[in-house]
Design a protein around this ligand. Structure first.
Ligand code: NDP
Length: 296
């Protein structure tokens, strides 16, 4: 049975890793807070490793899912890190929504040790991860992707080769920048309509039958804003990071991008105002505060 290691059992990593548990694969997991990896192994099987190095020892494929590329780089290079354990011919698949420049640096470092790298961020949210229906956006060598495709297929139903290393990260960041723009602009629009005497439910019904609709208007606002439930599934801090990456990629390529740069600034402000644990949809609360109107 193929040995797979999964590192980073956070909000999305944990439901992804569940699909890799025995009998699907010979799975080792590692998490910084070791009680979470112990609980995972007790519930789903597999081995809870004490260090990244221990998890990766003997693994054909190692998957990482951390907040940013910074933590991935630390775990690759650290004293108990992956470089000391991964053998030539093995593959590191990074499912972090990372940044292209750091991914290229990590890939170069691993390549010197004969280890292949794919940046492979995912979309579909926690519910998509639970259902094994994520989209996986891969950057790197196409033949390497084919080598690991059966592993990624455990949690991904749409596995796409996007280009060279960093291409998956770039595409993911732009997708999430669109998500951020839709959330913010819809919040401004509905706050305006509330003050103009139009109920948000009527507004959403019309928008969802018209050209302004988006995932935000069709799903996020009805399920999370109108109900005032604001469940915490994807941290605002991470969306701030993603749109910052997209704005940086646009600047690097000298693309005039006032919309992306402004959205990045707005989400940086929302993150600072609402804190590390707020969900991404809670950015709406800042728009409401500035407008002096609650969307309802
Ligand atoms: P969480 O914040 O829920 O989890 C982060 C994970 O990384 C935890 O396992 C945490 O360990 C670990 N971690 C944090 N810092 C370090 C560190 N310095 N060293 C080692 N491990 C560390 O994040 P998510 O699971 O939500 O997101 C992970 C990635 O997936 C992000 O890049 C995010 O943008 C992306 N993503 C998330 C989605 C979602 O819906 N949540 C959807 C699509 C992509 P510990 O348990 O010890 O804190």
């Amino acid at each position: 049975m193929t040995r797979v290691a999964f590192l980073g059992l956070g909000a999305i990593g944990r439901p992804m890793a569940r699909h890799l548990a025995p009998p699907a694969f010979d799975l080792a997991v590692w998490n910084r807070t070791s009680s979470k990896s112990a609980a995972f192994a007790a519930e789903h099987g597999g081995v809870a490793a004490a260090t990244p190095r221990e998890a990766a020892t003997g693994a054909a494929v190692v998957i990482t899912c951390f907040p940013t590329s910074r933590e991935v780089e630390e775990v690759v290079n650290g004293p108990d890190g992956l470089l000391g354990a991964m053998r030539p011919g093995t593959v590191l698949v990074d499912c972090t929504s990372g940044d292209p420049a750091t991914s290229r640096r990590i890939a170069e470092r691993l390549s010197a040790a004969g280890v292949a790298f794919l940046d492979a961020p995912v979309s579909g949210g926690v519910s998509g991860a639970e259902r094994g229906k994520l989209t996986v956006m891969c950057g790197g060598d196409a033949a390497t992707l084919e080598q690991v495709r059966p592993v990624l297929a455990a949690f991904g139903s749409n596995i796409v080769h996007c280009g060279a290393i960093g291409a998956g990260d770039a595409l993911k960041s732009v997708n999430n920048a669109m998500l951020a723009v839709h959330i913010w602009s819809l919040a401004e629009g509905l706050a305006t309509l509330t003050k103009a005497g139009v109920s948000s439910q009527v507004a959403l019904d019309v928008i969802n039958a018209s050209s302004g609709r988006s995932n935000a208007s069709q799903n996020l606002f009805p399920e999370r804003v109108m109900t005032r439930a604001f469940p915490r599934t994807f941290r605002l801090a991470l969306l701030d990071k993603d749109i910052g990456i997209a704005a940086g990629v646009a600047r690097d390529h000298k693309v005039a991008s006032p919309m992306l740069q402004l959205a990045a600034e707005l989400f940086r402000t929302a993150h600072a105002e609402l804190g590390e644990e707020a969900d991404h949809v809670e950015a709406v609360k800042l728009v409401e505060r500035w407008a002096g109107a609650e969307i309802a």
